[in-house]
Design a protein around this ligand. Structure first.
Ligand code: MN
Ligand code: MN
Length: 465
């Protein structure tokens, strides 16, 4: 009997089995996981837009000894520098001792923008007892999820006099919040029979901003007139200034522990601020011989376009300038470089088991997750990382005791999803997706595991080192 037992034990050791990180972590490490989550909750509650993360990261970059970089600056081994991209993204880099022509660069890219609801440029109108703001949603949202919840308003307005007004209303408990109406069930029979996609339409995502009519004046829209009066008093803006504004409506929720065991975190914008957070902390904390670059981009949720998206040439320019400054051949350097596209992936959800193939799904708390490929039917639109790159990452993670797992987004032919990976590979840089599994991705309140967050931080740090 004893022999059979040993044989069975040996046999199971050949199997690939995912394990819950909490189950195998030491008590000390479990404490580290929970402590790390507290810092992240503070960050994700404060930073809800790419501009807010940009400012947060710039601030702590200075505290971590990073100096601002301008194109043309001479760079030397040991330099720690960062450059902001128009206030909506940051590139941080550390120049290491290793020869970058031989060892390449170690790059991690994540995105700071999250699905949300943006204001139109002529947003304000009054209708039958209420004043609203017209919107155009940003990124892939299920519109019905954004009704009947407290919302906050974030962004910037540039006035006629060239003043920049920064807006953040709805985050302090003393602030007012904003709201999108939904229909009462009593009158919702016809609505409930429609497809979920259309029972709240894009043009119905109007934000309630007031209902108090002005006493004086002859305007026919006295509620609107009163709102404009308040905005002029508090922010020195007029209605026309909305044209040169970028204002976003996001959930007014704070990040909270979820569950009796407090192992999970609920928050708005885990996608992709959770990977961004792990990535910028990894570059601050890593002891690197390699030259490490952490790229935090905007516009991923709408296709990575624009000067602040990953398709912008600025990121290539930074790599070029590093090579030029160190007198290295940029083509050789890029060919040897490795990149992690640090973006979230879908966590397996037994409530929606139909869309997942369990053997190849990310299980919550089993660690940061590698997606060799993303894309849709027939792997289309995926950069599909090579087995060689996957093996390199396996080695790095196993040497550094990083708990990690592998997955693909869902069942074959069920849907699709993409990341910035395919754009980075266009530079001849090998790239693979590695990020935190998320439940209810793109919802106003998303769920992650504290274990996966910490494992992402450990994994990214090991990769840089
Ligand atoms: Mn993402
Ligand atoms: Mn997304």
């Amino acid at each position: 009997m004893e022999n059979i037992g040993i044989k069975e034990k040996e046999a199971t050791s050949y199997q690939y089995v995912k394990k819950n990180y909490f189950e195998i972590a030491s008590e000390k490490e479990v404490k580290e996981i929970y402590d790390y989550a507290e810092k992240y909750k503070n960050f994700i509650t404060k930073c809800k837009t790419e501009r807010e993360v940009n400012d947060f990261v710039s601030d702590i970059a200075f505290k971590n000894g990073f100096e601002r970089y301008e194109f043309g600056d001479k760079l030397n081994i040991g330099d720690k520098r960062f450059i902001c991209n128009r206030g909506k993204g940051v590139v941080l880099f550390k120049i290491g001792n290793n020869d970058i022509e031989k060892d390449g660069l170690r790059i991690i890219v994540s995105h700071l923008d999250s699905p949300r609801i943006d204001l139109k440029q002529v947003p304000l109108y009054e209708s039958d007892g209420l004043c609203f703001l017209k919107t155009h949603y940003y990124g892939g949202i299920k519109k019905y999820q954004w009704t009947a919840i407290p919302l906050s308003l974030h962004g910037v307005i540039y006035t006629k006099n060239n003043d920049k007004v920064e807006i953040c209303i709805g985050e302090k408990s003393s602030d007012p919040v904003f709201y999108i109406n939904d229909l009462l069930p009593h009158l919702g029979k016809a609505q409930m029979e429609q497809k979920a996609e259309s029972f709240i339409t894009g043009e119905q995502l109007n934000i309630v901003v007031g209902g108090k009519a002005l006493k004086e004046g002859s305007s026919k829209d006295k509620i609107k007139e009163n709102i404009l009066k308040i905005l002029n008093k508090d922010y020195k803006i007029t209605e026309e200034d909305f044209i040169s504004a970028e204002l976003s409506v996001v959930p007014a929720f704070q990040a909270r522990d979820v569950g009796f065991d407090r192992s999970l975190i609920g928050a708005y914008g885990h996608d992709d601020k959770v990977c961004a957070y792990a990535a910028f902390n990894a570059i601050f904390d890593c002891q690197n011989k390699n030259t490490a670059i952490c790229i935090l981009v905007d516009k991923e949720e709408i296709g990575s376009e624009g000067v602040t998206g990953i398709k912008s040439k600025i990121y290539e320019d930074v790599i070029d300038e590093i090579c030029l400054s160190l007198n290295k051949n940029v083509r050789k350097v890029r060919q040897k470089s490795l990149c992690i596209s640090a973006d979230v992936t879908a966590a397996y959800d037994s409530n929606f088991a139909d869309v997942f193939e369990k053997n190849n799904a990310a299980i919550l708390s089993c660690g940061v997750c590698m997606n060799k490929y993303t894309g849709g039917a027939g792997k289309s639109d995926s950069s599909d990382a090579s087995a060689e790159l996957v093996q390199k990452i396996r080695n790095i993670f196993s040497k550094n005791n990083v708990i990690w797992q592998t997955s693909e987004l869902g069942k074959v032919d069920i849907g699709s999803g993409g990341t910035v990976a395919k754009f980075i590979t266009q530079l001849n840089i090998e790239t693979v997706d590695i990020g935190v599994p998320v439940i209810s991705m793109h919802a106003p309140y998303e769920l992650i595991s504290k274990a996966d967050l910490f494992s992402a931080y450990k994994g990214y740090k090991a990769f840089f080192e």
